[in-house]
Design a protein around this ligand. Structure first.
Ligand code: MTE
Ligand code: MO
Length: 382
């Protein structure tokens, strides 16, 4: 069993697939803390978790005119300044379950919690590439990453990002060796992973073995033949993966974490509190979350950031670098009688991008980019 050496995991996680291990936290706990504890951070593995010896670990950098460069973990930690970034990671398949309810899609049935927020620290990819001999203005267009995890044939996980993102002084792309102030847990890429803030989870390559600076995108399956969006009219007979770009930045997203779908809430104080998260890709900041209690007929504006425990979101991030989610909440008075509510949320980012009202028009055969208004039905009892 190639998965026999996978690490132990928290029993509260909701497991989507055991081998490879894919799991999300219970959605209600997602908004209990601004920083997701690593044990609860969603886990998305395509392959067995590799066991890596930090003493012999090497990171290879290829494609630059100076020739290949090889760095040890100690090199990475001592030769480059340590940079810290709080960034939200979201899987392209977050909320696939809701898309599946419109019409069958192919993929893991993620709920609303294939998204989490952590503080990452490591060397800037930009600093490492400059040291390895990258010259601004050269012909390269992409930076490819390869992981140490592999299938039985030896094929490794891989992905790439545009060089513009990798080299941007404001891109904050990390070769991270710490998560939430500790060394990376094995499930999250120990000893080194790429963190590409604002970019879909799939490009944040874990157990990083190799970086290739190139004129081409990664040739990996996950860059070429997966993680792309298509029309609702495209089916498995007509899909042409070459016709669509690889997903990089994700669209604006939000969801309700409390109360939970289908729950009965008692409303003794005559008030109801609704909580959730909101985030947008590409460093675009969420500027507003609208919440409806009547299925979208009337709307209230939620409070962003929340006052508890000095959330970082309270201080505005630099323009274009809103890498972390905003937690939001709304407390509303409720009439005394028992009633059914359809609670709805939708976020707006600073480009005034909005979420579509339903899933059907954004449905796609792989169930990615699922970001319609989130709706939960609850029963309120006095
Ligand atoms: N990197 C490697 N080496 N192998 C993987 O299977 N999965 C990717 C990405 N990086 C993956 C990987 C996907 S699809 C996502 S959503 C994120 O890792 C998930 O990161 P997490 O498990 O730390 O939450
Ligand atoms: Mo993913």
């Amino acid at each position: 069993d190639p998965y026999a050496d996978d690490p132990p995991r928290h029993p509260a996680l909701r497991v989507n697939s055991q081998k490879p291990f894919n799991a999300e936290p219970p959605s209600e706990i997602l908004t209990d803390t601004y920083i997701t504890p690593s044990a609860f951070f969603f886990k998305r593995n395509h392959l067995p978790v590799p066991r890596v010896d930090p003493g012999t670990y090497r990171l290879e950098i290829q494609g630059l005119p100076k020739g290949p460069v090889s760095l040890s973990l100690a090199d990475l930690k001592s030769n480059f300044p340590k940079h810290t970034v709080t960034a939200t990671l979201q899987c392209a398949g977050n909320r696939r379950l809701e898309m599946n309810q419109v019409k069958q899609v192919k993929g893991l049935n993620w709920g609303i919690a294939a998204i989490s927020n952590a503080t990452w620290a490591g060397a800037r990819l930009r600093d490492v590439l400059l040291e390895a001999g990258y010259k601004p203005g050269s012909k390269f267009q992409h930076v490819q990453f390869e992981g140490l995890d592999h299938d039985v044939t030896g094929t490794t996980y891989g992905a790439s990002i545009p060089i513009r993102k990798a080299m941007s002084e404001e891109g904050d792309v990390l070769l991270a060796y710490e998560m939430n102030g500790e060394e990376l847990p094995r499930d999250h890429g120990y000893p080194v992973r790429v963190v590409v803030p604002g970019t879909v989870g799939a490009r944040n390559v874990k157990w990083l073995a190799k970086i290739v600076v190139s004129e081409e995108e990664s040739s990996s399956h996950w860059q070429q033949n997966d993680y792309k969006g298509f029309s609702p009219g495209t089916d498995w007979d007509t899909v042409d993966y070459k016709s669509a770009p690889a997903i990089q930045e994700l669209p604006v997203q939000s969801a309700i974490t409390q109360p939970a779908q289908g729950s009965t809430v008692s409303c003794s104080k005559g008030e109801l509190t609704v909580k959730g998260y909101a985030w947008s890709g590409g460093g675009r900041e969420v500027i507003r979350v609208d919440v409806s209690l009547d299925g979208g007929k009337t709307w209230n504006v939620a409070t962003l950031g929340g006052a508890e425990e000095g959330q970082e979101a309270a201080t505005s991030p630099p323009p274009g670098r809103a890498w972390a989610w905003k937690l939001w909440e709304l407390t509303v008075p409720l009439p005394a009688e028992t009633q059914e509510l359809e609670i709805v949320c939708k976020a707006v980012d600073n480009s005034y991008n909005v979420q579509p009202d339903t899933m059907a028009p954004v449905w796609n055969l792989r169930g990615v980019l699922s970001n319609a208004w989130h709706r939960v039905k609850v029963t309120v009892r006095k």
